[in-house]
Design a protein around this ligand. Sequence first.
Ligand SMILES: Cc1cc2nc3c(=O)[nH]c(=O)nc-3n(C[C@H](O)[C@H](O)[C@H](O)COP(=O)(O)O)c2cc1C
Length: 362
Amino acid sequence: MTITDFLFEIVRKLDPERAHLLTIQALKLGITPRYSNNSDGALISEVFGIKFQNPIGLAAGFDKSAEAFYSLDKLGCGFVEVGTLTLKPQAGNERPRVFRLEEDQAIINRYGFNNDGLSRAVKRLSKRVKSTGVLGINIGINKDSTTPIADYEEALRIVSPLADYITINISSPNTPGLRDLQSSEKLEKLLRSIEKSRFENEVQILTPPILLKIAPDLTEKEIKEIAQIALKTGVSGLIVSNTTVTRPSFIKGNRRSEQGGLSGPPLFELSTKKLAQTYLACKGKIPLIGVGGVDSAETAYAKIRAGANLVQLYTALTYRGPCLFKSINDGLNLLIKNDNFRNVQDAVGIDAKYWADKKILN
Ligand SMILES: Cc1cc2nc3c(=O)[nH]c(=O)nc-3n(C[C@H](O)[C@H](O)[C@H](O)COP(=O)(O)O)c2cc1C
């Protein structure tokens, strides 16, 4: 057992929020193993005009306040998405607000966008040096926001000089009213305003690609509407998906009825089906990031074959530990070669129809 495995086992025994805070502190201090972020050229790709050393990224919510980006970047992932960050600092919901469902290797959380706020995060991120990996910044709105569109525009202006890409989060289940922004009328208004605010005198001043993160609980009709709006408003990509408010009948963990968003393996099939539906609705014209229940090379590859150009994970990292990115990338490389693909991007969407129509247990 390595020292990292030993520390990981200790942390895993703590209450999940304390375990997370401790992990962030350790990462801030640089107490972290290092893994290479590229096992083979077959995993390198260019998506949204950005070069990724490998397609497996860390999803939003792990480094909410952009404190540990520099260490996370060394775990062998292809990219790190920090946030969700809001304009003002926010304490989030009352504790306890995150629960492990050990039997299902899953998590339910109702954090409610606890974060240090954009100005502190910006100070941290402005020290970033060019040699670090791809950085996504995920932005949301404060719980008491009465001007969501203006808030997203302002957040976008603030993070644009720092981010390689920006994610507009309208899908977290723990901020009242947030997910209503996914309705076609509100979404079109939001995205049109955002697109307009990126230009001054018809010159684009804010340049990073903008991605939209959506919920797995949308119907196929809603996904089609979102895809159409995304295509006509210049969104660069979609992230499918956030956590689910549904509780599949097969989950066993005794905290299953806690309120909040469910993540991990029980979300895999649902989020992969929604990913494939999004891929077909976008006709492959917008790159997608597939998230939800990825815990192995096989599940990452399934996301890619269902339509994802890139993949993210969070929950599995808390159960499997920091060597996960490397083991997924090594396995993915073999799976791609076994299927005679020269590059990971050649496999994107091959099983989209199968996944979009798949009857899933929920
Ligand atoms: C504890 C926890 C906190 C999260 N916080 C955020 C967040 O702040 N913003 C966000 O967009 N997604 C957040 N997520 C959702 C993840 O980014 C991801 O979409 C979801 O967990 C599904 O992936 P997974 O099954 O690999 O965890 C959070 C997830 C977890 C488990």
